[in-house]
Design a protein. Structure first.
Lengths: 136, 551
């Protein structure tokens, strides 16, 4: 195929919060931008997310969390990904991530942290720019 | 030349003015995209009949308010949603809020409590005590309400799939205080349908969930007569992105589903309907929101009388709680949120709300601090005590625009409600993903409008500034999980486990027949069975709801 392959993105909601307006808007915007997007739905365990990333052959994994449990749950998602050897993925996140936690989140391997008020254009550009360097 | 009508004015004076200088945008519209005229005048009210449309406060169709005196008698209940960490810390926060002049409690539970897991369940790691207080057993509820006279303070609990269990816990705590149950007032949200649509804290499939809800209607009618058994909520659907008219329509469709289920279970509408309550959002379109609140009362009064043949005025009065719009808060220039919240709160008051929660300005950044919560409460007090708007009942009635808008929101909501009826009602709609899709469409449309600059959000897509400094935000106590786990281990070792097993066995049996669940839940929590244990039994008997994900 001469066509550029569509970027494969998994949008996931780890933890228990049901606020997925942001996750759905981002999923929809990335899809409208020509990417192949899978949204997991709410209340996903780290294992469920990692399994979905593996099965769907995702290059990009975006996590959304608004309950404040990101510092506990993000590392567990990353560990679950590593367990399945899905480590070469572009990670980004959104939701309510307090400014003070951003360094820790970046340290975990998230290349982008997108809070409330982010333009979906910025997220599309971010994914387009960084996804090609990831193999999965 | 003076115009003789709005039409004439528009064709002459107005046309000349707009020919010289164009209006600042090509089209002005409501939240649902309907066009707004430049001016409203007596012609808009030519067919309008005061008695039919408005009536008087405390009288059908209650457009002007459900109480005859409204805020001249008593201001709305200032009820800040709060709860965090464990029962001990939340109890301290409630006492602080009551000392500051708050007039009712509103309990925020953490997600494990809302989804039926104990604090020590491995699936809830990281979530204990985060978005609300962790309650696993009666012990926690006793701590939460310690020193708060439950006969005097009304308590609203945002709790849905586990609502009947939390109600049982509250009743058990009140009994321990020696309270007279006929004087216990408050609200359990208990609205599962909007959880499937927008909020997400469901556990069981719809049928057994509805049965638990109608069990509370029946039990409270006899045993807890001052309790609002449900708060049928548009708030979360609005927060998820729907329009004002959709908020009303989806909520009334849910209300009809609950009422029909209760009638099917053998109850009389006028027996349980007086304890139904509603919960609306107030977002930023100031006048449209006022119209929405007024329209909501008229719509419900008509549903009660025309659909259900109500003869009890109390069943026809739509009483509601209001919360300012969390989704309207911005992380950019966050202090601006104080102003947004004040305007939204004012629209709730001008719309005749019975109780109000004002959001804190820092909530787009983190969970709010004690200081920001205090500012939010003070906002209500300034409106209530300084602005004068509470001195006259329904002061905006008769405004050409407000009345035209009230009529239009009513029409739009009714048209939407008819669509839901056509597909078979709220539950069928949920199963088909109808409401979910409609909400997503609206949310996406709003996002596009914002990104294309058609909808201005100050500090976000206009009037942006370099961010200066990050305001102080609340930190999280990460030891709550351990403390709760220790308490639960001790509780399980010390309680009478034979009594717990017997009570859980009775719940298992009732899950498969039609015995009212409430007395059994109270027995179980009084034996110190935990929420996780009770829900564990019910999960085994009823299974869990599986969401149909759509984007």
């Amino acid at each position: 195929m001469a066509d550029e392959q569509a970027i494969r993105v998994l949008i996931a909601k780890p933890g228990l919060d049901g606020h997925d307006r942001g996750a759905k808007v981002v999923a929809r915007a990335l899809r409208d931008a020509g990417m192949e997007v899978i949204y997991t739905g709410i209340r996903q365990t780290p294992d469920m997310i990692a399994e979905a990333a593996l099965q769907e052959d995702a290059q990009v994994v975006g996590l959304s969390i608004l309950s404040g449990a990101h510092l506990e749950l993000f590392p567990r998602v990353i560990a679950a990904l590593e367990e399945r050897e899905v480590s070469d993925v572009l990670l980004f996140c959104g939701g309510i991530i307090p400014e003070a936690d951003i360094p820790a989140v970046e340290e975990m391997g998230f290349r982008g942290v997108f809070g409330p008020g982010t333009s979906t254009q910025d997220i599309i550009e971010f994914v387009r720019e960084h996804a090609p360097t990831y193999a999965n | 030349m003076a115009s003789n009508s709005e039409h004439e004015w528009r064709e002459s004076t107005y046309a000349r003015a707009t020919a010289r200088n164009k209006e600042r945008q090509p089209r002005f519209e409501s939240s649902s995209g309907a066009e707004v005229d430049p001016l409203y005048a007596p012609e808009h009210m030519a067919e309008w009949n005061y008695h039919e449309k408005l009536g008087y406060p405390g009288e059908y169709p209650y457009t002007r308010g459900v109480q005859p005196t409204m805020y001249r008698g008593r201001l709305w209940t200032m009820r800040q949603y709060a709860g965090f960490a464990d029962a001990e810390e939340s109890n301290r926060r409630y006492k602080f809020l009551l000392e500051q002049g708050q007039t009712g409690l509103s309990v925020a539970f953490d997600l494990p409590t809302q989804i039926g897991y104990d604090s020590d369940d491995p699936v809830v790691t990281g979530e204990v005590g985060k978005v609300g207080v962790a309650i696993s057993s009666l012990q926690d509820m006793e701590t939460l309400t310690d020193g708060i006279p439950l006969e005097q303070v009304t308590t609203s609990m945002t709790i849905n799939s586990t609502g009947p269990i939390l109600l049982a816990l509250y009743v058990a705590a009140a009994k321990k205080q020696g309270a007279d149950l006929s004087k216990i007032g408050g609200t359990t949200q208990n609205d599962i349908l909007k959880e499937y649509i927008a909020r997400g804290t469901y556990i069981f499939p719809p049928r057994p969930s509805l049965r638990m809800i109608t069990d509370t209607f029946a039990w409270c009618t006899d045993e807890l007569p001052s309790w609002n058994t449900i708060s049928i909520s548009g708030y979360h659907m609005r927060e998820a992105g729907c329009t004002a008219a959709q908020e009303l329509a989806f909520t009334f469709a849910d209300a009809i589903e609950y009422v029909d289920a209760a009638i099917e279970a053998g109850m009389e509408f006028d027996a349980f309907a007086p304890r139904l309550s509603f919960f609306w959002a107030c977002h930023s379109n100031f006048l449209e929101e006022i119209a929405k609140f007024r329209a909501s009362r008229r719509i419900w009064a008509k549903i009660a009388t025309e659909r259900y043949g109500s003869t009890n005025p109390r069943s026809q009065m739509l009483r509601f709680h209001t919360q300012t719009g969390g989704a309207t808060l911005t992380a950019q220039q966050p202090i601006n949120n104080v102003i947004r919240t004040a305007l939204q709160a004012l629209s709730g008051v001008l719309g005749g709300t019975q109780s109000l929660h004002t959001n804190s300005w820092d909530e787009a950044l983190a969970l709010p601090t004690e200081e920001s919560v205090e500012t939010a409460l003070r906002t209500q007090q300034v409106i209530g005590y300084e602005s004068g708007v509470a001195d006259v009942i329904d002061p905006l009635a008769g405004s050409y625009y407000i009345e035209a808008l009230t009529d239009r929101v009513e029409e739009e909501a009714n048209a939407y409600l008819a669509r839901i009826e056509d597909i078979g009602g709220a539950l069928t709609g949920i199963e088909q993903g109808f409401q979910q899709r409609e909400i997503q469409e609206s949310a996406y449309r709003l996002q596009r409008m914002q990104e294309e600059g058609d909808r201005v959000v100050v500090g976000v897509n206009r009037f942006e500034t370099e961010e200066l400094e990050v305001p102080p935000i609340a930190g999280h106590d990460r030891t709550v999980e351990t403390r709760q786990a220790e308490r639960l281990a001790k509780l399980r070792a010390e309680r009478d486990n034979a009594a717990v097993d017997a009570a859980l066995g009775a719940i298992r049996t009732a899950a498969n027949n039609d015995e009212n669940m409430m007395p059994l839940l109270i027995d179980a929590v009084e034996a110190y069975a935990t929420i996780g244990e009770i829900c564990g039994v019910l999960r085994e008997e009823w299974g869990e709801y599986q969401e149909a994900v759509t984007i």
